[in-house]
Write a protein that binds this ligand. Sequence first.
Ligand SMILES: [Zn+2]
Length: 255
Amino acid sequence: MKKFILSLGVALGLSTFTFAGHSTSEPTKTPSEIMKELITQDSEFAKEHHHDYFSVFQNKQSPYITMITCSDARVHENILEKDPINKIFSIRNIGNQLLTSFGSVDYGVYHLHTPVLLILGHTHCGAVKAALGDYRNESFDIIKELDHLFIPLKDLKGTAKNKKEFEKIWIQGVERNVDYQVEMALKKYKKEVKEGKLTVIGAVDDFINAYKSGEGRIIIINVNDEKNVNNIKKMKLFKDLSPKLKALYIKRITN
Ligand SMILES: [Zn+2]
């Protein structure tokens, strides 16, 4: 039973990995309680939405963002959109990596032609934490996925002397990973970006207030590999944002 709950937890994206921040704890609900909750929630959703809602996208999806984010259960589309259905083509894996999901990202860019590719990392990312430490005891497939994080993080590894220092290194690692994924995306989708058909945005979902903008903000740290915050703020892309919002949302911890 314990094994089933654990594998169900992983399948549902619950935070059961030992490297996922602080958690070695199991989900508190039983599978039958989980099923009841899922069906109750879906039943409410089905009651609240009528045919007109579904008919718009029944034959074709038309999202405007391809988003690659971490599988972490604390990160979800509803932080960006109240109703993300048919708006966000979402790809998720541990550490929001392109290399392990390029096929899916290609689909969003080449077939759905979304004008934005959003690479969304997050604070306290367990995958980044694991990649900064020793993950040899994880399963073969986890190791395989974490190994791709080696390149952006290699010179941060083992540099923290204590917990406080590690917190700093951890957020630096999150930014480095997002920057690295943006770099990879630009290599692959160079033509689309050059022609102005695609904008690659690197951001961090900050639920611990590391950026001092408040919990739950999406902090934009990179646009088409531009990492200079002042240059990003001047971009036409943000012309409709007030200086106050720009100051809140466009920031970096590392330069
Ligand atoms: Zn994560």
